[in-house]
Design a binder for this molecule. Structure first.
Ligand code: ZN
Length: 117
């Protein structure tokens, strides 16, 4: 994911994390997606990419366990991120390309941090 984030610079990168599990999620595969907005400060997953990812995961017996994207700033979710997190309450992993660190978040009534193994 770090590599993906670096290669997408200066744009934000994003990917689906496909895996298994509920309490502890094991990630089996990382599926990179096109950033429709292709800007430095925002990202948007095209609807067809979303459908394709879910279809692919299903065929492989996996679930879309998380969504990854990078920030050219702190790895805290932006206002837009928070809105999407409410709609799509999977684990959101954000990588900061300025601080070189990951942070993971989930929306459960409010946005809270998730421990990464
Ligand atoms: Zn973001």
């Amino acid at each position: 994911m770090e590599k993906l984030a670096r290669e997408s610079l200066p744009n934000e990168s994003c990917a689906f994390l496909l895996g298994r599990g509920t309490e502890r999620i094991a990630i089996d595969e990382i599926l990179a997606v096109k950033n429709a907005q292709a800007t430095r400060v925002a990202f948007e997953i095209p609807a067809d990419e979303l459908l394709r990812a879910y279809g692919y995961a299903e065929r492989k017996g996996l679930q879309v366990a998380g969504i990854f994207h990078s920030h050219p700033a702190s790895p805290a979710p932006s206002g837009t991120d928070k809105r999407f997190m409410e709609i799509n309450p999977v684990v959101w992993v954000i990588y900061s390309t300025t601080e070189n660190r990951f942070a993971a978040w989930v929306y459960e009534e409010s946005v809270r941090p998730v421990k990464m193994a």
